[in-house]
Design a protein around this ligand. Structure first.
Ligand SMILES: [Cu+2]
Length: 660
């Protein structure tokens, strides 16, 4: 971190952007803590003089169970730090890609026919390519900004992002992660995620002023196939880890959190999994505790209505889709509470959806001498009564309505789509042109339907949108919040398709091209993404398209053969039939595909070059560092042996349990 001036930042960006600078100094990359250990906060990096200037390495590793792990590490060994900036400030994020993969020479098939002269950074996409998306930032989708389609950072290369959070950026919890089409699922599931905090939420929701802050970054961890007993039931799609403490199936020993008795804390939860849905509930001795919801997706609740601004919403459980965030106030257990547990409850994901069962994730231990977290939220410096300019969008009249839908088909194995009604479904590729063109003149309502029996999670870059309806019914005042990611429920196989209706004020959105997609990243990698192009305000003389006419020549041709309602009905019937017939096949294909990918990776791993051998040497010292870094592989924990738990040594409010 360094003091920075605007000129220095600009000069930095004008210097050569790609250098052969593989930093091999990152030791112990992508470590995990042992299960049932105390939660530590991710390291914090704070802005200074309007800039946060960081150098971060994209690192890869494998654990002893053979899982691919990915993470970000600073040169001095901070793993996946939280970037803390204020409204109006810059995050200057220099990324070095240290991921070496023997398959690097093979170019992603999506690149065929791509005009690489238009690309920013690397000119090819391989399995070791990476880049960064700053999720939820209201910033420009340009080269060196928050642009994910044409920006590629290949192995050994260094690239600098300058992310300007505008003064109107809602303060709250955001995050960063790789977003290379075709490879985002593995990287995010492997753990390459970190939090971004835009400071100042206390001025919007004064109730958080003075509270200790806990950031919880939830990630996934694949379950090695061979470790699951043959008679196992209710196996989750993935294990969960919170702040890099794993919670392994089947015993689900939660991570431990020490907290002063009855203490109020401000919890900021990021679901950075690539597919899991969290459904958080806090229970003390089986009694559900209130969660005072402060913010969703980094936007204070009740921002849509100046008369309610600053008021929290009392919830018994909070659903957080992959990529979503929830910030809320909890009150810690008293000394009389014997068991205080934060659970994630089972989520209905649809017939084809993954299994996200009920699991304990954090056990709260009231301790009189509990240490406070590093960050205490400041007291409000001013009371802001409306989150300008997002306020009162619900009162505006939309200038345009669009209809989109999620679907999939067994093309090229399996493809996933997000399609504007009337257009032909098309899996996203690096060649894709904008599917929607609009302008900053428009206020648009989008109805997004789910025509498949698995839920999807709609996300659009560079903005927040307002949730208006679910399944054609206006949502309650409590649900009508600004978000950047929203669940679109699964279709049951009969009846109307589930849908959500959202409103976007494009006058508040940066001009340029960016993407919208499902945030189940396996779906995104396999096509469920499209580009929207936002033109500047109308005095430029440019025109915009409607939902049934796109500026893209491809889409224009497809629209000429768009279907009518009768054909639409026939298609619906066919879709129903296909869904019923191929349900089991679909699941088998997914399993087989995953299995095949794992085998491929195993084969490739056996061809590792000297580069990877050196990484392997690093790995040998990985588990000797740190008090609670995981030393034993988790595979033995799948057996019917309950590992020892620190909790057995614990007496509420008296003794601080020691590590064993
Ligand atoms: Cu999806």
């Amino acid at each position: 971190m360094a003091m920075h001036s605007m000129n220095m930042a600009v000069a930095n960006l004008r210097s050569p952007i790609l250098t052969a600078n593989v930093n091999s100094s990152c030791k112990n990359p992508c470590f995990k803590y042992a299960e049932s250990t105390y939660i530590k906060q991710p390291p914090n990096l704070f802005s200074s003089y309007e800039y946060l200037d960081v150098h971060v390495n994209f690192q890869a590793n494998k654990d002893d169970a053979g899982r691919d792990l990915f993470c970000y590490m600073t040169d001095n060994g901070l793993q996946s730090p939280t970037m803390r900036v204020k409204q109006g400030e810059h995050l200057v994020f220099t990324l070095t890609n240290n991921y070496v993969n023997p398959n690097t020479v093979s170019i992603h098939t999506n690149m065929t026919g791509v005009n690489t002269t238009m690309m920013c950074g690397g000119k090819k996409v391989t399995v070791s390519s990476t880049n960064i998306h700053f999720h939820g930032a209201h910033t420009e989708p340009v080269c060196h900004g928050d642009e994910v389609v044409e920006t590629i950072v290949n192995s050994g290369e260094t690239f600098t992002y300058d992310i300007h959070f505008p003064p109107s950026q809602p303060p709250g919890l955001f995050w960063y992660h790789p977003h290379v089409h075709g490879f985002s699922d593995d990287a995010v599931k492997g753990g390459a995620t970190g939090a971004v905090v835009v400071e100042g939420i206390e001025n919007y929701v004064p109730a958080v002023g003075g509270l200790p802050e806990q950031i919880f970054v939830f990630r996934e961890l694949t379950i090695p196939t061979g470790s699951i007993p043959t008679n196992a039931t209710n196996v989750p799609a993935n294990d969960i880890r919170v702040n890099d403490i794993p919670i392994y199936y089947p015993h689900y020993n939660p991570a431990l959190l020490e907290i002063k008795p009855n203490q109020k804390q401000f919890w900021r939860v990021l679901n950075s999994g690539s597919s899991m849905v969290l459904n958080l509930q806090l229970q003390f001795d089986g009694v559900v505790q209130p969660l005072e919801l402060v913010s969703l997706d980094g936007s204070a609740v009740n921002s849509q209505d100046a008369t309610q601004m600053g008021k929290t919403i009392t919830k018994q459980n909070i659903v957080i889709p992959p990529a979503g965030r929830a910030e809320f106030i909890i009150t810690g257990p008293s000394c009389k509470v014997k068991e205080a547990i934060l659970y994630t409850l089972k989520v209905e994901t649809g017939f084809f959806g993954e299994n996200d069962p009920t699991r304990p994730v954090i056990k709260l231990l009231p301790l009189k001498d509990a240490k406070d977290p590093e960050v205490i939220i400041p007291m409000p410096s001013k009371q802001i009564v409306a989150l300008s300019p997002l306020e009162e969008l619900y009162k505006k009249t939309p200038t345009k309505t669009r209809e989109l839908y999620f679907s999939f088909a067994f093309t090229n194995g399996i493809e996933f789509y997000i399609t504007s009604k009337g257009a032909t479904p098309e899996a996203f590729s690096m060649r894709s042109r904008p599917a929607i063109v609009t302008s900053q003149d428009e206020v648009e309502d989008w109805v997004i339907e789910n025509q498949s029996a698995e839920l999807h999670h709609f996300h659009i870059h560079q903005m927040h949108f307002l949730l208006l309806e679910i399944n054609g019914t206006a949502v309650s005042a409590e649900q009508m919040q600004y978000r950047d990611t929203v669940v679109v429920p699964a279709w049951s196989g009969s009846g109307p398709y589930p849908s959500v209706k959202i409103r976007i004020d494009f006058s508040l959105v940066p001009a340029g091209s960016f993407v919208y997609h499902c945030h189940i990243l396996f779906h995104e990698d396999n096509g469920m993404m499209a580009i929207i192009k936002v033109l500047p305000k109308s005095n430029s003389g440019l025109t915009t398209s409607t939902s049934s006419s796109s500026s893209s020549s491809n889409h224009g041709i497809l629209n000429q053969i768009s279907t009518g309602s009768f054909v639409g009905d026939v298609v619906t019937i066919i879709v129903v039939g296909v869904l019923l017939l191929v349900g089991v096949t679909y699941a088998s294909i997914l399993c087989a595909r995953k299995q095949h990918e794992k085998l491929e990776k195993k084969e490739k791993a056996s061809q590792l070059s000297d580069d990877l051998e050196s990484i392997s040497l690093d790995r040998n010292i990985q588990f000797s560092l740190g008090d609670n870094v995981e030393k034993a592989p988790p595979s033995n924990l799948r057996a019917n042996v309950q590992p020892p738990s620190l909790v057995n040594l614990y007496t509420p409010c008296e003794n601080l349990p020691q590590y064993v």
